[in-house]
Design a protein around this ligand. Structure first.
Ligand SMILES: [Zn+2]
Length: 294
């Protein structure tokens, strides 16, 4: 049986210059239209600097029954934000989203899954700020941000909050975050279905996508923080995205992540200490973070 997935959307504005058209707004509305058409509720993680400029995006997501979560004060990876700034900017970002949405903001998604051993200082800060869960880790080697060795199922940080790691499927030699937007665009649907069938009964499956992935009309521009290869990949096969997501939404969809976390008994989860990250194996040391430029 294929396990249902929760749907999540990371709302961000990745334009390298404010002089370029602000396509994030129209594309976010378009994806919310799609969710409404299928009558599904998603977890919508919003970058606070975009929410501040375009509060109507947060208000609409909340009014339509979606969970609103935080995708960073700005779209900057955690190791670049740094520990000194993180608590202050994240506190005010959460409070902005709470004011706009009228909901408690319980969920945090690090930009680019950048919760890694070098940024594990963020875990107790997120717990102190009142987040009840994070879905910010990729528990495998990744050319950008990965934390190999973490559990692949939901776990609890010893600092308190629950972590829902990005779901992976094993294909020969590789663990792929097969429900992520890039993989939805690039891989055949059969890979997604294979992963959903192989998932264990206690895995919390979630897909993530971005409004820009639905936008084939946006001209290519490189992103300094991910390098040329990853920037190019972000522009591939965008014309496929809506069709792929429509197929996924036509199947049974699970509740937003905040509700699923609320239904898990904390005592059933393994506990991980953020200060004792698992040691990386040889392959992970060679491949992890290779495409990062910052
Ligand atoms: Zn993002």
């Amino acid at each position: 049986m294929a396990h249902p997935v929760s749907v999540t959307l990371d709302v961000e504005d990745l334009r390298p210059s404010p002089d370029l058209p602000e396509r994030a707004v129209v594309m976010t509305h378009r994806v919310l239209d799609l969710f409404a058409e299928f009558d599904i509720r998603a977890s919508v993680y919003v970058v606070a600097d975009l929410a501040e400029r375009r509060p109507e995006l947060v208000r609409r997501a909340a009014a339509e029954g979606h969970e609103v979560g935080l995708h960073g004060h700005a779209h900057v990876p955690l190791p670049v934000v740094g520990e000194a700034l993180f608590a202050e900017v994240t506190r005010s970002a959460r409070s902005l989203l709470q004011d706009l949405s009228g909901q408690p903001v319980d969920g945090y998604r690090a930009p680019m899954m950048s919760l890694v051993p070098a940024s594990s200082w963020a875990v107790p800060i997120l717990a102190d700020l009142g987040f009840s869960y994070s879905s910010s880790t990729l528990p495998a080697p990744s050319p950008l941000y990965g934390w190999p060795g973490l559990p692949r199922r939901a776990f609890r940080w010893s600092a308190g909050l629950v972590e829902l790691p990005c779901p992976l499927v094993r294909v020969p030699l590789l663990d792929l975050p097969y429900l992520g937007g890039t993989y939805l665009r690039l891989l055949p649907d059969a890979v997604r279905r294979h992963g959903q069938r192989r998932a264990g009964p206690d895995e919390v499956l979630w897909t993530y996508c971005h409004p820009w992935e639905f936008d084939p009309d946006e001209p290519y521009h490189p992103h300094d923080h991910i390098g040329t290869i990853a920037s190019r990949i972000a522009w591939l096969r965008r014309t496929h995205m809506e069709r792929r997501v429509r197929r996924l939404l036509a199947e049974p969809v699970a509740a937003p992540l905040g509700e699923r976390v609320g239904a898990i008994a904390a005592s059933d989860l393994p506990v991980v200490d953020h200060l004792q990250p698992p040691a990386l194996g040889r392959v992970a040391r060679l491949t992890n973070g290779r495409l990062r430029s910052g």
